[in-house]
Write a protein that binds this ligand. Sequence first.
Ligand code: PLP
Length: 364
Amino acid sequence: MSLSFTVTERSDRLPDAEREAILADPGFGKRFTDHMVRATWTRDGGWHDAQVTAYGPFQLDPAAAVLHYAQEIFEGMKAYRHADGSVWTFRPEANAARWNRSAQRLALPGMEEADFIGALKALVEVDKAWVPDSTSGEASLYLRPFMFASEAFLGVRPAEEVTFSVIASPAGSYFTGGLKPVSLWISEHFSRAGKGGTGAAKCGGNYAASLAAQIEAAENGCDQSVFLDSLEQKYIEELGGMNVFLVHKDGRLVTPSLTGSILEGVTRSSILELAKDLDLEPEERKISLEEWRADAESGEITEAFACGTAAVVTPIGRLVSTQGEFRTGPEGEGGPVASKIRKALLDVQTGRAEDTRGWLTRLA
Ligand SMILES: *Cc1c(COP(=O)(O)O)cnc(C)c1O
């Protein structure tokens, strides 16, 4: 059965001029639209009380299981306004499928793809005015579906009451004035995820586990951390919230194969599919840090980049560890392959190029 969302529009929406001022310089994840989606699941009643309502705080019992045992998952996607004013999102079926895989791993209830996408549509329909114009850039409305154990119970078992929500936040260009390569700290003390753990699920706990490494990165003058496999501390896995690609001089585009502890990014899989169109040869396999270092130093690897919904494609400039550092791409604005891939993805997402793969779904 599919869910229908009861819409209760607030009468005190943010005035147009104030909303426009936010859209002119939204930053990331700081400002939220007028409304949100909420729904409740109970073991006995399934999903119910699906609604679009005024954005505002949850009332949570201090014993809510999520606050103690972190039973929570989320997703991240973007809505783009095309030239004709219509609003579209990118491969939401892939996010819905990943949502259900994450839910299963965290012992949370599943949701039908139609309901998951229906929730996005219901919210964007009401808050359509918050979707920035993306015809000449990459501004978007970032959509954040999430669900958590809201049952008040301190026993350890899957919660029997769960809250689902979607919030939305306008996002500007991640990079203003050209791509800026990030520097990465190679985390030797901390792992993000291990064999049999939750690394392949999009859950808040993985992010909590990555923060100490993030602090270490900052202390060493780096922007982000890159994590190695937890077993041997030898093979590249990913960043705290982005997958990694290496570009070889012969056109091979290599990314770590999925191990169970790497998050399967929608951007990652889209780049693997797009590669051929761009005269690149995609390859998924194990990549050791040593190989990365040697091939970057010899010039065999010409560029490296990270990818994910939020920043699309981000060039990687330097890698730093206690052993020293090496450069893995050109100085300045990053390499041509990262730019080409970034443009190809954004052109489809924003409607500047034809959507030949049926990747777009209209939200409003
Ligand atoms: C969300 C996420 C990514 C990127 O996934 P996309 O679907 O491309 O946005 C990569 N790694 C981690 C750990 C993530 O949580």
